[in-house]
Design a protein around this ligand. Sequence first.
Ligand SMILES: [Zn+2]
Length: 402
Amino acid sequence: MYKSRRSQQWEWMLGVCVTSAVWGESQRESATHGRIKAAIDAVPEIDTHDHLWPFDRLPGLVETQRGKGMNLAGIWRSSYFAGVHRLTPWIPGSPFSAWWDKAKHDFDNARATSVYRYQLPAFADLYSVDFDHLTDQQARDLDDRIFAHYRNKSWTYHVITERANIELMFNDPYWGRLDFKTDYPFGVLVFNVTTLVAGFHPSEFKQASDDPYHFARNQGLKVESLDDYLVVLDRLFQQARAAGAVCLKTTLAYQRTLRFENVPRESASRAFGRPRSGLTTSEIKNFEDFIMWRLVELSARYDLPFQIHTGHGRIQGSNPMTLVDLIEANPRTKFILFHGGFPWVGETGIILMRLPSQVWLDSVWMPTLSYATAKRAFHEWLDVMPSDRIMWGGDGNHAEGI
Ligand SMILES: [Zn+2]
């Protein structure tokens, strides 16, 4: 039996409510289950995090014999499966069978993983196929239908707004962080501040859409001192708010520890204006830490809650516990701990319990990485906090993944 992603999610909830240890097919077929599921499916969703690129730049697009478009290889290539498992690469312009003859075996030892299973409900619900037992003919048909669907963006709209019943999607535009643009009518702008901590020197920024110095030039602002740079940050927040941004996002956990010390201004000031090659590792960290504290203050001043990637990333320093001093010292900022801190889900639970007015948990991406951990997390969290402290997002790159 194949179930939608939403029905899988709500089975966790139902599992919490129904104390019976036996939660089998019979209950899923029951009238009560059907009634609850129908009621839940009818609720429009606010999806707090995705990466839905502009339609003509979707990461899954490939060159096929029919031209550029999305196909089955593209769907898997831009999925989380490809980050954990080998996936036969798509050779531009090759026939589908050349890829599928090899790729179909890539899944053999991974059928239990969540990074494989998370897309199966999309294949079942949207294409009526059982990907676990796909024949070569079915695979070819599926590939044809995916390609046809992506000839225009109405498929994406249909899946997201009608099938998934997503009303609003917070979209993290990491491909153009400071462009302040949304590409979809259901999209909500997120201000991604990840790169701003590196503002000690213009050489840190490789593309204009990430570059606060480029922004400053366009705004007629000089950036000759740390104080000037802080004025630029403030102006960026004004622009983001004016463009409709509703929150901040940082993914620094991929690059460095989440321990941000409260560094004195003089220390950051000394690093300003010097290229990376002229700074020590600790001078760079001090500058980043100083700016992070300013971003946290600006978050409160502009009422833009701060989505922070925690857990799975650079795992040496991404345990959400490393953020507690920063959170505690900034009681006016709203902190949203992303990915539930996976795998440190008990830690995020106690952080919220201890700092209930400042912290929210976002379970985004967690069920994709580990369904088992997500299920455990929901049991633990609902045991220690009200349900309105927990959020959800898709973290996908294409409609099927979302
Ligand atoms: Zn994400």
